[in-house]
Design a protein around this ligand. Structure first.
Ligand code: PLP
Length: 387
């Protein structure tokens, strides 16, 4: 069910990931997948173009087909009951985070566990807030949010936690117990949570996503920002959703002037509804493929880059790899120059961090194998990586 794009198809279709690299470079950086669109999503989009749906979307900020489709999806995928009326469209997830911050949060600093999804490193600042980093110790055996540091950040005046779960680039799926621990700290300080759950559909074999809003006692202090776009490769279609579980919060989100939130696209809505309604089987196949890519990566690293360190990848198709043992400050730059493979540099996710890369495994097994061979050859010149 998962069809690999050929190089030519990928170069034509994925205009950022493939279209901006030289022809001899294999791209494994930005979070897009080298797979053909899910057939139900492609069919819905074809029909929409055929029907000429290229004008403004319906400016419904609550419920509608999108709300119903998301509520059905959340119930089937996560066993989570969502009120369809409390699903608000927004242009993309990062914009949703910004709107939630602007509209719902007090002006104090925003806490952000890091390393973190790079464009969101600036979201606090553009809303006039300070960012407080909760940085992961690169040597920590497990990637966890340190509750004492979170408590201290709130005690020092922070008012919002930007929770990314599952986390990019940590690859973690936070457990119910961890989320309850976070809730307890947040409630103690009367703070807010914005839970970016864009990677929720991309939980791999062995883990289970728990929506933050499904934890008791979170409805009055949290919203989730969700989208089908990451799991279904439709980021360019521009549609995400802010989900609330509390009428007052919902009212605050919808009582905003139109200029604050009016940029989602009708094709994005159509793709999201198709994915949420008819995408389950394709997504199951995708998760099987990605789980097997994850296992392949572990084998390849063990064989060709045995000093690489990687915590278990529980979700996302973005592997966070510690390559400090190979002695390069910027291994992504070395990989591009000597290996002709483009990874994302660790310092993009945590300014100043050396020796780390993020590698996108959502490609074919053959390409992933070649990517690791090239990386190994680039980082350890003189040793031959047996392909
Ligand atoms: C955690 C996280 N949030 C948001 C995004 C981007 O979403 P959008 O393009 O809808 O802002 C990404 C992209 O990979 C991400 O990893």
């Amino acid at each position: 069910m998962i069809r690999d794009l050929t190089d030519d198809e990928a170069r034509r279709g994925l205009v950022l990931k493939w279209g901006t690299t030289d022809p001899d470079v294999i791209p494994a950086w930005v979070a897009e997948m080298d797979y053909a669109l899910a057939p139900p999503v492609a069919a819905a989009l074809h029909d929409a173009i055929e029907a000429g749906i290229t004008g403004y979307p319906r400016f419904e900020t609550e419920g509608g087909v999108l709300g119903e489709a998301y509520a059905g999806w959340a119930s089937r995928q996560f066993g989570h009951r969502v009120d369809p009326e409390q699903v608000v469209p927004v242009v993309d997830v990062t914009a949703g985070v910004r709107v939630a911050l602007d509209v719902l949060s007090e002006p104090g600093p925003m806490v952000m566990p890091g390393p973190a999804y790079s464009p969101q490193l600036d979201v606090a600042q553009v809303t006039g807030r300070e960012r407080v980093d909760l940085l992961l110790d690169p040597d920590a055996p497990r990637a966890e949010i340190d509750l004492d540091s979170l408590d201290q950040a709130f005690a020092d005046g922070a008012r919002t936690l930007l929770l990314t779960q599952p986390h990019n680039p940590w690859g973690r799926v936070f457990t119910r117990t961890e989320l309850e621990g976070i809730r307890d700290v947040v409630v103690r300080h009367g703070a807010r949570v914005i839970s970016d759950e864009i990677h929720a559909p991309l939980v791999l074999a062995g883990a289970e996503h728990v929506p933050y809003l499904s934890i008791e006692g979170t409805a009055d202090h949290a919203v989730a920002v969700v989208a089908a776009s990451k799991a279904f490769n439709t980021a360019g279609l521009r549609c995400a959703q802010i989900v609330s579980a509390d009428t007052a919060t919902h009212r605050r989100l919808t009582d905003v002037p139109m200029v604050r939130n009016d940029s989602w696209s009708p094709l994005g809505v159509i793709a999201a509804v198709a994915a949420y309604t008819d995408g389950d089987a394709w997504l199951d196949a995708l998760r099987v493929r990605l789980s097997s890519q994850r296992d392949l990566l572990a084998r390849l690293l063990a064989q060709h880059l045995p000093e690489a360190r990687m915590r278990p990848l529980e979700a996302t198709y973005l592997a966070w790899i510690d390559l400090r043992a190979y002695g390069h400050d910027d291994p992504a730059a070395v990989a591009l120059e000597r290996g002709r493979v483009q990874l994302a540099a660790g310092h993009d996710y945590q300014p100043g961090l050396t020796g780390h890369v993020r590698l996108n495994i959502a490609t074919s097994p053959e390409r992933l194998t070649e990517i690791v061979h090239r990386l190994a050859t680039a980082l350890t010149p003189g040793t031959t990586s047996n392909s």
